[in-house]
Design a protein around this ligand. Structure first.
Ligand SMILES: *Cc1c(COP(=O)(O)O)cnc(C)c1O
Length: 250
């Protein structure tokens, strides 16, 4: 059968390249935004690592981002994250950052493919990770809860130091610093986010008395990364501003 120059035929590649262009544009805009925020803060841009949060997106999107030069990716749900890391094992040099809550009974499985856990927030989780056997320590951030809502994840600010000490006493873990999510819906937008991130920065300065090497601050998402950079963020976790809207949870 002779193929007509049907619209269906021409559309798929055109649509694909349009979405690839859109992805490249969004990534370029975020890179510019990061550079501009670093400039305003008087910080060198190489102090700030971009982690592209790809949760709920297919491996093909990670592949496209890797071809655009990104290599740090953030995921928040096991086993989706495990399957994605396995599907992309042919790409050298990818780093997988697990940014979501870690259930104690999944900790060991997640630690098999994750290069870094960002949400260590309770002693039971540290104890579960302590039993890992690995050739090199696992990088972790301790998540601080900046709200009074214990359901939000993160250790209460009052319990931060004992948790940090517990991580430091666990040889298989290497503490990189603190992680936080700015509280939602407090109404003040960028100012509120900036105040929240300032608190994380102060906690970071305090815990450095215990852990001089824990200089990292994992904070800043699509809507507030410029505020986070102004307060010393070293690891940005940016999803939608780069990937576009997330598909519904798989
Ligand atoms: C999803 C997620 C992000 C990315 O959020 P965006 O608003 O899409 O940038 C960052 N951090 C954590 C912990 C997340 O779960």
């Amino acid at each position: 059968m002779t193929r007509s120059s049907g619209e269906g035929e021409g559309e798929a590649p055109a649509a694909r390249s349009a979405s690839a262009d859109a992805l490249a544009d969004r990534l370029a805009r975020v890179r510019e935004g990061i550079a501009a925020a670093c400039e305003r803060a008087g910080r060198p841009v190489d102090e700030v690592s971009l982690i592209v949060v790809t949760k709920f997106h297919p491996p093909s999107l990670v592949r496209a981002l890797a071809s655009l030069g990104e290599h740090r990716f953030g995921e928040s749900r096991h086993p989706e994250s495990r399957d994605k890391a396995a599907a992309l094992a042919d790409i050298d040099g990818l780093e997988w950052h697990f940014v979501g809550q870690v259930q104690t009974n999944k900790a060991r499985q997640i630690a098999r493919y994750a290069d870094c856990l960002h949400a260590v927030d309770r002693p039971e989780l540290v104890d579960a990770l302590a039993r890992l056997e690995r050739p090199a320590p696992l990088d972790v951030f301790v998540q601080v809860n900046l709200t009074l809502d214990t359901g939000r994840g993160g250790v209460a600010e009052a319990h931060l130091e004992p948790l940090v000490e517990r991580v430091l006493a666990t040889p298989v873990l290497r503490l990189r610093g603190l992680m936080a999510v700015a509280p939602l819906g407090s109404g003040g937008g960028a100012d509120d986010a900036e105040r929240a991130f300032a608190r994380v920065r102060e906690h970071g300065e305090r815990i450095r008395c215990l852990a001089p090497a824990a200089t990292g601050l994992s904070m800043g998402m699509s809507g507030d990364y410029a505020s986070a950079i102004s307060q010393g963020a070293t690891h940005l976790r940016i999803g939608a501003a780069i990937t576009g809207k997330r598909p519904d949870r798989p």
